[in-house]
Write a protein that binds this ligand. Sequence first.
Ligand code: BG6
Ligand code: BG6
Ligand code: GLC
Ligand code: GLC
Length: 939
Amino acid sequence: MVTAVAQRLASQRKEIDDTLAAFALSPTQLQEVKAKMRVELERGLKKDSHPTASVKMLPTYVYRTPDGTERGKYLALDLGGTNFRVLVVKIRTGMRNSVRMYNKIYAIPLEIMQGTGEELFDHIVQCISDFLDYMGMKNTRLPLGFTFSFPCNQTGIDKGDLVCWTKGFKATECEGYDVVDMLREAIKRRNEFDLDIVAIVNDTVGTMMTCAYEDPKCQIGLIAGTGSNVCYMEEMKNIEFVEGDEGQMCVNTEWGGFGANDNIEDIRTRYDREVDGGSLNPGKQRFEKMTSGMYLGEIVRRILIDLTKHGLLFRGRITERLKTKGIFETNDRLALLQVRSILQHLGLDSTCDDSIIVKEVCGAVSRRAAQLCGAGMAAVVDKIRENRGLDNLEITVGVDGTLYKLHPHFSTILKDTVRELAPNCKVDFILSEDGSGKGAALITAVGKNTYNIDYFFNSFTEKGDFIALDLGGSNFRILRVKVSHEKKQTVQMESQIYETPEDIIHGSGSRLFDHVAECLGDFMEKQKIKDKKLPIGFTFSFPCAHTKLDEAVLLTWTKRFKASGVEGMDVVKLLNKAIKKRGVNIMAVVNDTVGTMMTCGFDDQRCEVGIIIGTGTNACYMEELRHIDLVEGDEGRMCINTEWGAFGDDGTLEDIRTEFDREIDRGSPNPGKQLFEKMVSGMYMGELVRLILVKMAKEGLLFEGRITPELLTKGKIETKHVSAIEKSKEGLTKAEEILTRLGVEPSEDDCIAVQHVCAIVSFRSANLIAATLGAILTRLKDNKNTPRLRTTVGIDGSLYKIHLIPHPSVSARYARRLHKTVRRLVPESDVRFLLSESGSGKGAAMVTAWASRLADQTRQIAETLAEFRLTEEQLLEVKKRMRTEIQNGLSKNTQSTATVKMLPTYVRSTPDGTGERSTAIRCIFLKIGKQMTRILDMQ
Ligand code: BG6
Ligand code: BG6
Ligand code: GLC
Ligand code: GLC
């Protein structure tokens, strides 16, 4: 009798063990899973095999993890996990740990999950509407990041066609359609509020971003929840179906689909097949169905029924509840944890033995799930390690999902498996505390930079006809820009230069603007657009106080201009008054530095500084709004026109100003003002050289002491002469020609000496500009709190350009000196200098031979020129003072006395698409002028 019972128990035990043995994977089997997963990862990335790959490796258009510079206020939706959430995320100061979130969970009833697409999206929008009411934010047009946890074929950060529903969703008329469009349409249908959908994000990607915000080593996102999936940062060059080879992109593996090509049939059990057969998507997501929370309960239920049928459990009695499909599904995932209470909940009268067996079943199923995830993860980390050519890799995985979070052993088994199967990788797992909504907001923050330019482009895609005025540099130019859209977008530009005679720029303001209006009239007549009401963009290269884009009060004239009655006035009003009969409309005023930065920003997304080294000199750059006391708001950036030409107007540069600089200033239209500009810019450089030559001649160092009336005449040496003489090859001939014109009969030695003077004066200019630019770059670096600054400086201006054109054979000495000194003064930086006119003489040859030939003369005139040679300390000092001035100009208390005015420009973002030239950008400005200010104000 006893033996019979013992035998029966033993055979029952065996039956149970046999059933569960199918769930115990051997180390070899796990290795195989890893190897097969690796093959599928590769197949998913390759163009040829991608269509048939079971692991789809979908591009996400997320190119980097957050670097802490993100900020702003965003709305986020989080759809596809256990809960549907609407959130508002405020990333405040750009420092880590400075994110605040408010969220509300909404139910999505089953009939909506499986109803029509329109019903689903209407429901989502209804929840958003409720949330916006709740937050009192209905009237704010917020950027939205949409965590949508289903496979999407993305063609951009804000475009994604749903490949197929997974998990519990099955709404009709969605598969194959763009999810962003569907959401936009539903928002339109409701017609209650507006949102800018900036990004669509898989939950794995959102999770990776959330975690990477805390730990920069996090480059993988894992969800072990209702579904199962992984994303990671892949090398662009490996993603064959996405153009471009540079950098990285996050790939959403959709590994849940692993097994679709029957390659894991050997480890699937009949329970897995049953569960698959009874699911919403039979044959699909086979790996997911073995590893994720939505299905594990169902596998357990099927095993329990089986064991009960065989009389191994519950005294062979199958309750109605146990028969109910999905009774252990998603919401009862705790089934995997609290065996006894679950059994009671099922109405099962269990014995102690029953509990043990149920626990074993749960354990076997969840253990296998954790091991399979571990094997998949091992394949991913090894791939990353090999991508980077490393023997050992240290990496962090950001994880979310109820299964991982709530199951007592899942995470331990997962980690152990990864350790065993990928011994060369040290993998840390961090839990996403805040869900993927925060990550979606971070992606939106990154995307938002493209958002503004998208907006530009959107307006740009319309056909259009624009006028741009460019006043304040060496030429007054009027341009017409036509944008047409035949097959492809084309931009035509025509321009004309108009004279601005001395008597006009020194006469009355009304005359000056009448002149501008007349030239405009002439231009419009020639263009046959007299009757058209075209929008105008106005590059006005003088210091202006802006309160918006189309209002600019001239603070003070600089350079050659001195027309009366304009200082203190809004130049838009003055110009409008002059041209009012012409039916045109001034939409924006920009400083030339800003125009330059924008031009270059089109070619190079990193451009965030614009400088002019021309008639005058000046710089603008993107400053953090939170540092600009004069403008409300803390989030985002705004372009600041520094007006650095006025640096030193309070005496800070006295120690390095020479007697020649003082003399220049005394003879200028604006004595005591723009002292820095007068030391460095094109308008004054010729004069500086002339004054030095006069002094040297007087001292008998040049021209055998001959001083002619021409040499004594102001303006007889121009900056373009200085540049020409400075050139090594034809420079000496030029020197002779120019000096002969001045009547001084130069000897060869004289010419060599004069060439040296020119070189020294322009070197000082390049060095000083490098020092002030260095201050701005250091400021940017501090603002970004980054150990190494990578940025681009857009440059324009005749003084800088003249050294670069027309051929590479011509000396690029000025530019070279500028770049070199900047690099020396800001060593932790990679700065690209981008000429605003592309293709003009870049890569000019360096000619150095002249230096040695002049060694003797150098010594002779060294004394006179000593003051022009600034030491490293002096340059650092100038840089330091400029930094102080930047701060003074930005702070409320010191702004009024600061010499560097740091004027807000209300341009809050640089472009980061590729494209057209500054006029085009100005025109875009015009078109969107006011709307943009409104939109930017809301960010
Ligand atoms: C949440 C994330 O925390 O986890 C969601 O915010 C994600 O985006 C979810 O889908 C995954 O877990 P589960 O268990 O809810 O599917
Ligand atoms: C031009 C820009 O290329 O350069 C002007 O279009 C700018 O807006 C000018 O003022 C600056 O250089 P310069 O040498 O003409 O003063
Ligand atoms: C499913 C979805 C996938 C998502 C995962 C986790 O696998 O297809 O996109 O990431 O569930 O929620
Ligand atoms: C002068 C102007 C400034 C301009 C610069 C370059 O410094 O004040 O606004 O940007 O010249 O043209």
